[in-house]
Design a protein around this ligand. Structure first.
Ligand SMILES: Cc1cc2nc3c(=O)[nH]c(=O)nc-3n(C[C@H](O)[C@H](O)[C@H](O)COP(=O)(O)OP(=O)(O)OC[C@H]3O[C@@H](n4cnc5c(N)ncnc54)[C@H](O)[C@@H]3O)c2cc1C
Length: 368
């Protein structure tokens, strides 16, 4: 996101009417297969703050949390009502809420440069844009971060997340009976699986139109990760394999491990999922979020391991706090406001990173 009213000095505050531009590398509306996200209050607050309507319903509700054992017995059950949504529902709703003229799809930022008055972004297409502030919200593989902090690489957390999505009505009826309207877990030796319903095609959240979303965290050595990340076409990938690219033998290993380790209900779920896919869990944190006229937020700045279920909420909180700083700064120098924002948001990022690492290590039994 870039914001400008021409070349304002850093000490001046951009007004709400500033010219804002948003550049997204994807040329299309992203499809509705995105991963599941627990809908947290900070995300709802970002919608409220931005005056953007959340779809109704915003996702699939679950009432109880249950823990299954290897024999399908419910060993723990407690009420914890929450709504599960999807990355694509949040993305599409936010995108619809923005004025079309500020969105520039198919524009991949490659590098930037700045001087005392402006920041200039360069795009793969050859496009060049100038502004007074650039917000690098370009996710865990941020190109903006790569330039601002060369050499900073995520650390592999020692385990992977196998993921799957299955149309609601394609799951065996007995398995669906156990899982429906619940958030289900099974914790085992160095592995944890969880499953819940999320919106389906075109973000539909009605009964029968949703999808089962499961994530199976499994410990994996660095060496085995490298061989897993070699895709079915012989391309060596570093952190994730999209649906359809995992080698047949790795899918076969997954299904056979499911038979050996999972509760029968969850075995059926894994067995019936057409194209499981996988990503390495990584941790990344920055020491700095403000670089004169460029800032980093969301996963571009901190990638905590997913057990916090709060990383999207963190991205939303970063963004709302930044908007407050830009809109309600009472004429103070922008540089001071950004620095205050950075102190608070770093605290949030560090806290979530540490929580994610400690939860991950404990759940995956990686360290004593
Ligand atoms: C297994 C797993 C489970 C998870 N579960 C949860 C959960 O339950 N709850 C939760 O809150 N979070 C969860 N997360 C994390 C969550 O998905 C992220 O924290 C969140 O999407 C971060 O938002 P973001 O806007 O910072 O980045 P992103 O969502 O990655 O968005 C970045 C955007 O920038 C675009 N982009 C990237 N590079 C460029 C470029 N060079 N130029 C232009 N555009 C670019 C991308 O196309 C994308 O639209 C999970 C993550 C994993 C791996």
């Amino acid at each position: 996101m870039m914001s400008s009213e021409g070349a304002l000095p850093l000490s001046e505050v951009p007004s709400a009417a500033s010219s804002r531009r948003l550049f997204e590398q994807s040329p299309n509306e992203l499809d509705s297969r995105g991963g599941g996200i627990v809908l947290q209050p900070d995300v709802i607050e970002a919608f409220r703050f931005g005056g953007v309507k959340l779809p109704s319903p915003p996702g699939a509700d679950s009432g109880d949390r249950i823990y299954l054992d290897r024999d399908d017995r419910i060993i723990e059950q407690f009420p914890m009502p929450q709504t599960q949504t999807s990355w694509s529902l949040i993305y599409s709703a936010m995108r619809r809420g923005l004025p079309a003229e500020i969105i520039h799809p198919g524009e991949r930022v490659t590098h930037l440069e700045q001087n005392a008055q402006t920041v200039t972004a360069h795009f793969e297409s050859g496009r060049v844009e100038e502004a007074e502030l650039l917000v690098g919200a370009d996710g865990p593989r941020s190109a903006v971060r790569a330039q601002l902090i060369p050499g900073l690489q995520p650390t592999y957390a020692g385990y992977v997340a196998w993921r799957g999505r299955l149309e609601e009505n394609d799951l065996d009826l007995n398995a669906a009976e156990v899982l429906r309207d619940r958030f289900t877990f099974q914790q085992g030796e160095a592995h944890l699986i969880l499953v819940y319903l999320v919106p389906g095609e075109d973000d539909a959240a009605g009964v029968g139109k949703r999808r089962w979303n499961w994530v199976w965290y499994r410990a994996l050595s660095d060496e085995s990760l490298k061989s897993l990340m070699l895709d079915r076409n012989g391309t060596q990938r570093s952190r994730s394999l999209p649906p359809g690219t995992t080698k047949d033998e790795d899918i076969a290993e997954l299904r056979s491990a499911a038979k050996a380790c999972l509760a029968p209900t969850l075995q059926v779920l894994v067995e019936q999922t057409p194209e499981p896919f996988v990503q390495a869990i990584q941790d990344l944190r920055v020491e700095q979020m403000v670089f004169d006229r460029a800032v980093l937020l969301g996963d571009a700045a901190y990638v905590p391991s997913p057990h916090t279920a709060g990383s999207t909420a963190k991205a939303a909180a970063n963004a709302v706090a930044l908007a407050h700083v830009l809109m309600f700064n009472d004429g103070h120098p922008l540089v001071a406001a950004l620095s205050r924002w950075e102190v608070q948001q770093r605290r949030l990022g560090i806290g979530m990173s540490e929580l994610g690492i400690s939860l991950g290590d404990r759940i995956m039994q990686l360290r004593d």
